[in-house]
Design a protein around this ligand. Structure first.
Ligand SMILES: [Zn+2]
Length: 263
């Protein structure tokens, strides 16, 4: 886990990330201070919880073993945990089940642990965050509810709102959002996606198995939550100048898109 003395390093790394457009859009407005509905470290065994039938899922579901209703005959994935560190100030509008289309994967481009990443997002004023952060040890921290828009995708290439079927319909409050130039005018993706950040620096080597296993379980949980399989993409699919996910993830991304696990 990162110490307080590493916050400066975290800040530099994430600032570099923003400058490189590798992960986050630019933004200018101040964050609000309404944060922390759940204490850090509060763990919820919500992975692979069974979705309620005929109802919009909520974040307050009881822990439940996943039934085989929505699964193939494949061996069950390991059950993991999500640590809830919810930050309401990082939510930007409603994103009910009817609007869910994509799971977007990112790299943090830093080595800070998920707790520190969430704290940074909630303190830097950019109002940018993903719903989940997956650490190298497999710890998963959630900071934005699945029924809420998070600003993780930022601006996409010209025409990508149409290409991805993500029209800007006014649900996104766009707080903190600032243009990054004429080449990236489209901003609909946040309203139709769930963002997952992997703690990883592009070019630094392979993703640890524990992290990949946790991502397997997280994707299975998201699929279960919505009751269907969202399309899995990485950030650079939306904005082609991005680096994340890194080249080391290419085979895993292909596998996720093919059969929803890394191997
Ligand atoms: Zn990204």
């Amino acid at each position: 886990m990162i110490s307080k003395s590493n916050r400066a390093i975290l800040s530099v790394v994430l600032l570099c990330t923003m400058l490189l457009f590798s992960c986050t859009p630019t933004s200018t407005e101040d964050a609000t201070s309404d944060v922390g509905t759940l204490a850090l470290g509060e763990v919820s065994d919500r992975f692979r919880a069974e979705p309620d039938e005929d109802s919009v899922p909520t974040e307050e579901k009881d822990t439940a073993e996943l039934s085989s209703e929505n699964e193939s005959d494949a061996a069950p994935l390991p059950i993991a945990t999500i640590v809830e560190d919810m930050r309401p100030s990082l939510g930007h509008g409603p994103k009910g089940v009817a609007y869910q289309k994509y799971i977007m994967l990112h790299d943090t481009e830093g080595s800070a642990d998920p707790y520190s990443v969430v704290s940074w997002w909630d303190s830097n004023g950019s109002l940018v965050a993903a719903h989940f952060v997956v650490g190298v040890d497999g710890v998963v921290v959630q900071c934005v509810a699945l029924d809420t828009i998070a600003h993780h995708a930022g601006f996409g290439d010209v025409g990508h709102n149409s290409l991805f079927g993500t029209p800007e319909d006014g649900r996104d409050d766009k707080l903190g959002t600032a243009s990054i130039g004429e080449s990236y005018p489209d901003y609909g993706m946040n309203s139709y996606s769930v963002g997952i950040e992997l703690v990883h620096i592009g070019g630094s080597g392979h993703y640890p198995e524990a992290q990949l296993n946790a991502l397997d379980s997280l994707i299975a949980y998201i699929d279960s939550y919505y009751g269907f399989e969202s399309k899995i993409i990485d950030h650079k699919a939306w904005r082609t100048s991005n680096s994340d996910t890194s080249a080391e993830f290419a085979e895993y991304l292909h596998n996720y898109q093919s059969h929803r696990t890394h191997s």
